[in-house]
Write a protein that binds this ligand. Structure first.
Ligand SMILES: N[C@@H](CCC(=O)N[C@@H](CS)C(=O)NCC(=O)O)C(=O)O
Length: 266
């Protein structure tokens, strides 16, 4: 039995949900409510000691780290492969899959916190609750970044680099997609699962203008959204308690655009 511990709009959980849907793997899901700090409860830390989602439990055995989980699923259930067979294409796929792990994921957290999550968290919690929450985060570097972002928003020193990294990845994608239909060659692969949630997040943050001059990225994104896996893995998981959350995020992003543009140009 496969059980996915996830969160509806977590980019890392989206990666794994897309992979599961593409591979047509039946699984159960447990929603971990990040806003209530369920990821740092003693029970959840036994499954994922890093105190983050996602985590996959396969027949009682936890597997953590979204990229590792996707490769694990492809090893354990090879019927619908998500890795190219040719060694070179597979190596390229891994390079794309590493991009979030190396830096893009932290950069996405930075941009999301600076524009939307930070203001939302400050509006919803008194300072002592936020302090306590940060104190419980096992990853201390992450806790420090979050604290800076809560205090300074887009003016935190490392925000410009985070935006520029997104821009660089979009530029690299545009170049790659001029030579091949998908990021790692002719077929949809783990590379797509790994990268597309970060493009979605930029869109949710009202920053789709970052690829308006990149037609191949736009086409790639549209092709992924048209696949059945998108409805299953993304559209089926809106923000819980939804309301006008998406609008709020997009509006905050739209308000931030002049500053974002200036930081990208600096
Ligand atoms: N490298 C990890 C990163 C996981 C991660 O950072 N997950 C975020 C959601 S996308 C999380 O659980 N954050 C909880 C928090 O910030 O307290 C992976 O790829 O699985």
């Amino acid at each position: 039995m496969l059980v996915l511990y996830h969160h509806n709009i977590s980019v890392c959980a989206q990666k794994v949900r897309i992979a599961l849907a593409e591979k047509k793997l039946h699984h159960e899901r447990r929603h971990v409510e990040l806003i209530k700090a369920e990821q740092v409860t003693p029970e959840y830390l036994k499954i994922n000691p890093k105190g983050v989602v996602p985590a996959l439990v396969h027949d009682g055995n936890p597997v953590i780290e979204s990229t590792v989980i996707m490769e694990y699923l492809d090893d354990a259930f090879p019927e619908v492969p998500l890795r190219p067979a040719a060694p070179l294409a597979r190596a390229r796929m891994r390079v794309w899959a590493q991009i979030p792990d190396a830096a893009l994921h932290a950069a996405c957290g930075t941009v999301s916190y600076a524009i939307a999550f930070g203001p939302q968290m400050k509006a919803a919690n008194p300072p002592e609750v936020l302090r306590d929450r940060l104190a419980k985060l096992p990853d201390r570097a992450r806790a420090w970044r979050q604290q800076q972002l809560l205090e300074k928003g887009l003016d935190a020193a490392f925000v410009a680099d985070a935006l520029k990294l997104h821009d660089k990845v979009l530029g690299d994608m545009e170049k790659t997609l001029s030579a091949s239909r998908w990021l790692a060659g002719d077929g949809f692969s783990i590379a797509e699962c790994a990268i597309v949630p970060y493009v979605l997040r930029l869109e949710k943050l009202g920053l789709a203008r970052m690829w308006e001059h990149r037609p191949r990225v736009a086409d790639w994104y549209a092709r992924i959204r048209a696949r059945p896996s998108w409805a299953e893995a993304i559209d089926a998981f809106p923000v819980r308690g939804g309301g006008d959350y998406d609008d709020d995020m997009r509006n905050k992003g739209a308000d931030s655009w002049p500053k974002v543009k200036a930081l990208l140009a600096a």
